[in-house]
Design a binder for this molecule. Sequence first.
Ligand code: EPZ
Length: 420
Amino acid sequence: MYKFVIKGGKKLSGNVVVSGAKNASLALMPASLLSPGTFRIDNTPDLRDVTTMSQLMESLGAKVSLKGKLQVIDTTGVEKFEAPYELVKKMRASIYVLGPLLGRYGYAKVSMPGGCAWGPRPVNLHIEGMEKLGAEVTLDSGYIIARAKKLRGARINFDVSSVGATGNIMMAAVLAKGTTVISNAALEPEIVALGEFLEKMGAHIEGLGTPTVTIEGVEDLSPADFENIPDRIEAGTFLVAGAMAGGRVKVSNCKPADLTSLLVKLEGAGAKLETGKDTITIEAPGQIKPVDVSTAPYPGFPTDMQAQWIAFMALATGSSILTETIYFDRFKHVPELVRLGADIEVKENIAIVKGVKSLKGAKVMSTDLRASASLILAGLVAEGTTEVLRIYHMDRGYERMEEKLRGLGADIERVQSDEF
Ligand code: EPZ
C-alpha cells in the first residue's frame, strides 16, 4: 500500500503533458473483441484500470501488451465469453465486454458490477438495450447471461443519458442485422472516439456526438489502428491544481474544446486562461471567486470534476453551491476535506461550500478515484504536511500523478504505508 506525503504551499508552474483518456481506453479495448486480428491503439495510458481491462480481455483469450503508449491487442484467440466477478468487482467498466461478445458471438456472461464508493450504479439501461436488440437476458447468481442467435437493429431511447449504456449498445449494434437508432445517446468525447474506432473497423455510424446515433449493421468488421484522445478529466484536474496553487501552469496534449464548461467556470473564479491548438495555460486568480456549479452530462460540467471543484471552492472568498445531478451521493471526499479545515455542508445532492482562509495539513483517506484527486489538490495548498492514504484509488485513473506534480514544483512523495 502507498500514501502520498505532500508538503503544502509550493507554487505550481511549468508544463504538464496529459495522458490518453482512461474512459476512452476502457471502451476502445473491448471494441476489439468485435473482430479477430491485431489492433494498435496509441496514446494509451498506463493505469490500473487499463491493466484490469487487459486482464479481463486476456481471460477471454485475447493477448494485450502495452509498450510505452502503444497498446497492441490480438483477439485471434478469443474463445471465452465470461467476465468473472473477481475482475468486474474491481472495475465497473468491465461491463463493456457485454455488447461486443453478444454482438459477435451471440453469448456473454458478465458479473453484475458491484456498487462503488458512492452508491449503487445500475445497469438496467445496458440490459434493456440488449433485449431491444433481440437478446434474451437472464440474471442468475449475480451474473448477467445474454444470448442471441443474431441481434436485430432496433429503436432505443435512454431515459437517462448514459455513457456506458450508449457505448455498450453501439458495440452490440454494429454487427446486428438492420438499423439501430439510439436516442438520448451520450455525447461524451470518449463515446465519439469509440464510434470513430468502430467506423475505422468498418462500422456504419451516423450522428456521433449528437443525441441521435444511427447504426447500420454490417456482416463483419476488421482490425484497425487508432490514436486515443487526451484525458479531459486529467487535464481539468491539472488546471484546477494550477488555479489553486498559484503561478502559471501550461497543460499540453489536451483538447480545449472538450473542456469548455470547466474553462468558463475557471474564468468565473478569476483565473486567466490562454488556449492553443492542444494546450491550455492557466494563471491562478489572486483571490478565488466563489462559483456555483451543477454537474451535467457532456457538454455540461463533468461529474468527474465535481470533487476537484469542491476542493478549489474551499478556499474561495465566499460561499458556493455545488449540485451533483448525476450521482446524488458522490460526496465521500467531503468529510476528508473537512478534516483539512474546509467548511462544507452536504444536503442530499447539494454541497454548500463556505470558503475559508486556509487549509491545514492532516492525514486523510481516499475513497475513490476523483475523491483522491480532490484530496491531493487540497494537500498542495494546505499549510504543513498532508498524507493521502489509499492512493491505489488514484492510480486507477491518473498516470504518474506525483511525477507530473513534482514537475510543476509540488513537494509530493509516494511512500510505502501499511496504514489501511
Ligand atoms: C462513465 O461511467 C464514466 N466511466 C464515469 O467516470 C463517469 O462518472 C460517468 O460516465 C458519468 O459521466 C467510464 O467511462 C469508464 P453513466 P458510467 O452510465 O458509464 C445512471 C471516472 O471517475 N445509469 O453515464 O457508468 C447512473 O446511475 C468514472 O472516471 C442508470 O440509471 O456512467 C448515473 O446516475 C467514475 N442505468 C447516470 O446514469 C444504467 O444502466 C450516468 O451514468 C446506467 C447508468
